[in-house]
Write a protein of this length. Structure first.
Length: 367
């Protein structure tokens, strides 16, 4: 019987077409018949993934290994089942894919980006700031060179390497992502708050100090190089101290900023978030995962959560300016599951009590 199920699953994967009903999540509220728009960065008018060097490298790998597949930088992402690993990425829609279709194992992307970043930044960090900038410009002008930093999993991804269905069965379907040139909404699927307590874009407040351990790295663009000349700092030393003190004592619970290893003028925070800290969820990685990551399933509801944060009521986010002065979040406030603590699981244990470590602001009465 088990072998029959596996055979049926493999047959399903081989027969995915524009007639296959898929599921798509989005922060946008849509109606039946809406054509799903490919998300673009407002500042660059390019797909938001195009801001990542690793994704630019994957596009070059696609051109080499799977030129007929949709580009990850110009496609709609969907899943085969509603409760996939992407469960926390917004409202749920049943969709009909259009154009070209490509099915891939999304867990490979996790590995690819982690190894690409490690390889790329380890090499680039050996040079001074000006040389790093020249290297980056050269790679952007000659993106085929970026493939030198990719691991072998990039080749496996574009060759359509699938999770081990024989080992994981239906659980493997949770990790599959379907890339298509486009998609049309065929049904708006309603869900309970219990099944998806948080989605990207939610504003939340921390309800207890000394519970949620997180890290943050930010770069204050206080020294800019233009045509070989240094421009006066955007931030004065006093303003930098004031901002770092605010983050360390109002977002974090008494954490001192440390100079970051990433680059000059960047700072790291590592410690517990403070009760009352106001955050905005920008990324959720669910532990509803099968395939290569099946060992994580029991670790809690979320594997990682990333946040923007508020300073004196003003949102600090990537690609945004605070009082017309540049702040770049190299790593947003980032909570990762620790098996010893189990905190990610307890975050959403009960949204209606103070036992919950994060709560939506519209549900907060007396935090």
């Amino acid at each position: 019987m088990i072998k029959l199920v596996h055979l049926l699953l493999e047959q399903l994967l081989n027969e995915i077409s524009t007639n296959t009903p898929l599921y798509h999540r989005s922060l946008r509220k849509m109606n039946v018949g809406d054509v799903i728009e490919i998300p673009k960065d407002l500042t660059t008018n390019k797909h938001y993934l195009a801001n990542k060097m690793g994704e630019l490298a994957m596009e070059q790998e696609r051109l080499l290994e799977a030129p007929d597949a949709p580009s990850r930088l110009n496609c709609v992402y969907s899943s085969l089942i509603p409760r996939s690993r992407f469960i926390d990425k917004g409202y749920l829609y049943r969709v009909k894919p259009t154009g070209r279709i490509f099915v891939a194992d999304s867990t490979l992307i996790d590995t690819i980006m982690e190894r690409f970043d490690r390889e790329y930044y380890e090499r680039v960090s050996r040079y001074d700031q000006q040389d790093r900038k020249e290297i980056e410009q050269d790679l952007l002008q000659n993106p085929s060179k970026l493939t030198n930093y990719l691991p072998r999993e990039a080749y496996e991804y574009w060759k359509g390497d699938m999770p081990n269905i024989a080992a994981f069965g239906k659980a493997a379907l949770r990790d599959l992502e379907v890339l298509s040139d486009g998609a049309i909404v065929t049904e708006v699927v309603s869900e309970s708050e219990k099944s998806t307590p948080f989605v990207m874009g939610d504003d939340v407040v921390v309800t207890e100090s000394d519970k949620l351990r997180a890290q943050l790295t930010l770069y204050l663009n206080s020294k800019t190089i233009a045509k070989g000349e240094e421009i006066k700092p955007d931030y004065t030393p006093e303003e930098i101290d004031s901002l770092l003190n605010y983050i360390g004592n109002n977002i974090f619970d008494g954490v001192k900023a440390e100079p970051s290893k990433y680059t000059e003028n960047s700072y790291d925070f590592l410690g517990n978030l403070k009760k009352g800290a106001k955050l905005k969820i920008i990324s959720l990685a669910s532990n509803i995962r099968g395939g290569r990551s099946a060992y994580n399933i029991k670790a809690g509801k979320y594997e990682t959560i990333m946040f923007d944060f508020y300073v004196d009521g003003k949102l600090i986010s990537r690609n945004r300016k605070n009082n017309d002065k540049n702040i770049i979040l190299i790593r947003n406030i980032y909570i990762k599951h620790n098996r010893g603590y189990g905190l990610i699981q307890s975050i959403v244990k009960d949204l209606n009590t103070k036992n919950c470590l994060l709560i939506k602001t519209n549900a907060v009465k007396d935090v």
